[in-house]
Design a binder for this molecule. Structure first.
Ligand SMILES: [Zn+2]
Length: 263
């Protein structure tokens, strides 16, 4: 699944082929953006923000894609066969020497750059784990914010608290820190909360650098925990967009299963 590290690498891979070059042709699947508005414009920047990819043009326009669960950006040489069916292309941008194709993304938008500050998905993003300097104290404050989701598993996925963590990194950092995803944020002490953010940052930065994301329990329901051999458990949970949490019931005791001792 594309998380912040994937987007960081995507931006780094597209940037040298797009920036400074003029769009010769562009098309988008409809309903979608009016891609002809970027034809003739020169690309001025390619940037990852959390799990968003932003491509800016010298005519004041900007493309935003969010890859969701299955989307991806590919870069091809002109005439090179594509690795996914053309019918799944949401946006195609052709510049001299390169063709950038966004496949299967649920979100492809074109808007004026001056509107970026007002964009509902961008203006509220928390500190980005892949951008220096990273404001750790602000991220911790936002994680503690009372309006945030009540459990630590949900809070780590909230891009308004900190940007870049997806489900796999969430599951990994909680397992490494031996914290249950179901623990209320208020029950997580400051040192542990800081450690969770630092672990998530380390996983994402390692993934951005190497293209490989360390992952010990994600997707491994029923298989033994690499640390204690207890079978991994999984459960979809979390508000509007349930995601599958994986955890070790021994290393990460579930607070919901605390047996009342009676009074
Ligand atoms: Zn374990």
């Amino acid at each position: 699944m594309p998380e912040g590290d994937t987007l960081f690498r995507t931006a780094a891979g597209l940037r040298p082929h797009l920036v400074g070059r003029t769009v010769g042709a562009a098309s988008a699947r409809q309903p979608g953006p009016q891609a002809d508005r970027i034809v003739g414009a020169t690309v001025t920047g390619v940037e990852a923000q959390g799990k968003n990819l932003l491509i800016r043009f010298d005519n004041g326009l900007e493309v935003r894609t969010h890859l969701g669960m299955h989307g991806s950006w590919h870069r091809y040489r002109p005439g090179e066969p594509w690795r996914r069916p053309p019918a799944r292309a949401r946006l195609v941008i052709e510049v001299p020497g390169a063709v950038a194709v966004c496949f299967d993304a649920p979100t492809v938008e074109l808007f004026e750059q001056r509107a970026e500050a007002l964009h509902p998905n961008l203006r509220r993003l928390g500190p980005d784990l892949l951008v220096d300097p990273f404001d750790l104290d602000e991220a911790l404050r936002r994680l503690r914010d009372a309006s945030r989701p009540p459990t630590i598993g949900e809070a780590l996925l909230d891009q308004r608290a900190l940007a870049g963590i997806g489900n796999e990194v969430r599951n990994q950092s909680l397992w490494e820190a031996r914290v249950s995803p179901f623990l209320p944020v208020e029950a997580v002490d400051d040192a542990t909360l800081r450690s969770l953010v630092e672990r998530s940052m380390a996983i994402l930065r390692e993934g951005a650098r190497t293209g490989r994301r360390r992952s010990d329990i994600h997707g491994r329901s029923g298989r033994p925990c690499p640390r204690c051999r207890t079978p991994i458990r999984s459960e979809a949970y979390g508000g509007d967009l349930p995601r599958i949490a994986y955890w070790c019931p021994s290393c990460q005791p579930d607070p919901r299963e605390d047996v009342p001792t009676g009074a």
